[in-house]
Write a protein of this length. Sequence first.
Length: 259
Amino acid sequence: MAGDKKLLATAVRAVKEAGRIHLKYFRRLKSYGFKEYVTNIVTKADLESEKAIKDIIRKTYPSHGFLAEESGEENSTGEYRWIIDPLDGTVNYAHGFPLFCSSVAVQKKGVTLAGAVFAAYIGELYTARKGKGAFLNGKRLRVSGEKRLNKSLTGTGFPYSIYFEQGNQFERFRNIATTGPVRRGGAAALDLCYVASGVFEGFFEQGLKPWDTAAAALLVEEAGGKLTNYSGGKFDIFGNETLASNGRIHNQLSKLLAK
């Protein structure tokens, strides 16, 4: 639909502008602030890129609402809502580690219609429209065809709640890591894009927020992947558990996470 194309084009403009801001400050930051924990930080780039994203969207869709990481909800009563992570992987970014991205999704009545994820430093733009496929720099994406867990690469992350909920998380990590290789990239939206592109066969993390998953979850689905909670139930961007895979190893991962 033409409307969806326009929504995606706006999302792309927004994430690219955020990426420009990211590169302006990358490895040039003099300081950053803390939120709840020492692993949850905020930088000048987070705040400036979120404002830029919202300004771009407002110019085209002045009546639409927002759910953004740094500024929260705004105008949430309408049909359309934009879900924004201005800088996913802020800890990576603040320390000069080049895995970070911006993520923008747009929903109509709770259904994600389009999304874009842009990793500016490595030059990767991931895009998707509902029912129209997922793409990396314009090339169609498909999830991996691997069926064997011991030959699969799985991504994960540790939530901020690890400070007071350590046991289950480390045990789950151990269960997966003893069956095949696991990587911890530090930017969940990008990790989910790696499932969509076939780099990862699976990804799991708890405690993610809607702005971490909204755009990238659409990419996984449009690339032929599967998303659930850890036990195999319905995935919800507002839920506490994210399990994404190529579909072929999904049940194996779910069983290991349920142990």
